[in-house]
Design a protein around this ligand. Structure first.
Ligand SMILES: NC(=O)C1=CN([C@@H]2O[C@H](COP(=O)(O)OP(=O)(O)OC[C@H]3O[C@@H](n4cnc5c(N)ncnc54)[C@H](OP(=O)(O)O)[C@@H]3O)[C@@H](O)[C@H]2O)C=CC1
Ligand SMILES: C[C@H]1O[C@H](OP(=O)(O)OP(=O)(O)OC[C@H]2O[C@@H](n3cnc4c(=O)[nH]c(N)nc43)[C@H](O)[C@@H]2O)[C@@H](O)[C@@H](O)C1=O
Length: 322
């Protein structure tokens, strides 16, 4: 089987690639196809069409996207909606046009309305107003789900969607402004501890709650869903509500998270808030029972996951200067 992993150098794509490489070493009859962003710009329709026609993968894992935290989403809305729509349309359509039978794409928990009962079930989709700070990205991710469902209904393809909660781990983006909260705090608390600072400022009130899933769990869940036989997947989803939430089922406040990061990095000073920065959605805990009923649950706890991620950051921190 020839599997194309789009976004293989990213945090999730890299974790998925490592698992598939391990399967290949163990004897699985798979060939892994990858291309860097420089080699293949997935927003370019002609490049994607030529690539898919030449490589003709049997399966595609779409883990490539324009990704960022609340500040990046709020600052570059046109980039987030345009690039993600183009990547999804090009990869999903050209997969179909070149006979790809199975595809897995990654959405996001931000697809759900900002004020729905928690934890959020898959059927909460499209029942209310989205969170403004990441609405463009969320619209693109919802379109990704509907693209897969529409090709399945019209052409009999088997294109699947998983909706990850906030992810973290090795290979994350530690940019001080454009990253997600957990890598941003790991870097900030580490640098404060190294410099002996007495205070670290976190964005917003610290009151919002977030669910954090380690990327290794996400990679396992992705392959679990991709490997499901078609009958099992169909029996547990609806053709027009086909996405599957992936998370831990528990959340912490941003202030609690900051205190966990302070402990892991050895920072002992004061934690203050910057109310001029947006809180975003106050809570987006996902109901993960659909996937649990299919046989998968997360296994990496947050404190252990933060420790592992910090160790990885320490080894790789020279790559994140600036
Ligand atoms: N991280 C998180 O907290 C969450 C992530 N997700 C989803 O998971 C998936 C993976 O995210 P994550 O691994 O964190 O993101 P990363 O930013 O780590 O990886 C994304 C990858 O996509 C590549 N890419 C981006 N644009 C293009 C393009 N136009 N052509 C080719 N390649 C491109 C990037 O390459 P390069 O860097 O060279 O541009 C990068 O390798 C995404 O779909 C994301 O929306 C969902 C929920 C939470
Ligand atoms: C995965 C998910 O990720 C994004 O949504 P988000 O969860 O709101 O994003 P975030 O991780 O950046 O922020 C979470 C919370 O954390 C607080 N916060 C404190 N201090 C820092 C800080 O230093 N950096 C950041 N980024 N946030 C901080 C911040 O104020 C907010 O309350 C979207 O991409 C969305 O589309 C999406 O898919």
């Amino acid at each position: 089987m020839r599997i194309y992993i789009a976004g293989h150098r990213g945090m999730v794509g890299g974790a998925i690639l490592r698992r598939l490489q391990a399967r290949k070493v163990a004897g699985a009859a798979i060939d892994l196809i990858t291309r860097t962003h420089a080699e293949l710009d997935l927003t370019d329709q002609r490049q994607v069409a030529d690539f898919m026609a030449a490589e003709k993968p049997d399966a595609v894992i779409l883990a490539a996207a324009k990704v960022g935290g609340i500040h990046a989403n709020n600052t570059y809305p046109a980039d987030f909606i345009y690039e993600n729509l183009m990547i999804e349309c090009n990869v999903i359509h050209q997969a179909f046009a070149n006979g790809v039978t199975r595809l897995l794409q990654l959405g996001s928990s931000c697809i759900y309305p900002k004020a729905v009962p928690q934890p959020m079930k898959e059927d909460a989709l499209l029942t209310g107003t989205l969170e403004p700070t990441n609405e463009p990205y969320a619209i693109a991710k919802i379109a990704g789900i509907k693209l897969c469902e529409s090709y399945n209904r019209q052409h009999g393809t088997d294109y699947r969607s998983v909706m990850p909660t906030n992810l973290y781990g090795p290979g994350d983006n530690f940019h001080p402004e454009n990253s997600h909260v957990l890598p941003a705090l790991i870097r900030r608390f580490h640098e404060a501890a190294q410099q002996g600072l007495e205070e670290v400022v976190i964005w917003g009130s610290g009151k919002p709650r977030r669910e954090f899933l380690h990327v290794d769990d996400m990679a396992e869940a992705s392959l679990f869903v991709l490997d499901l036989d078609k009958a099992t997947y169909a029996a547990n989803t609806d053709p027009m509500l086909s996405h599957i939430n992936v998370g831990t089922g528990s959340d912490v406040s941003i202030m609690e998270l900051a205190q966990m990061v302070a402990k892991v990095t050895g920072f002992q000073g004061r934690i203050s808030n910057d109310p001029s920065k947006p809180d975003g959605t106050m809570r987006k805990l996902m109901d993960v029972s659909r996937l649990a009923e299919m046989g998968w649950t997360a296994s990496i706890g947050l404190e252990q996951g933060i420790k592992e991620t910090y160790d990885w950051f320490l080894i790789n921190q020279d790559n994140f200067r600036g």
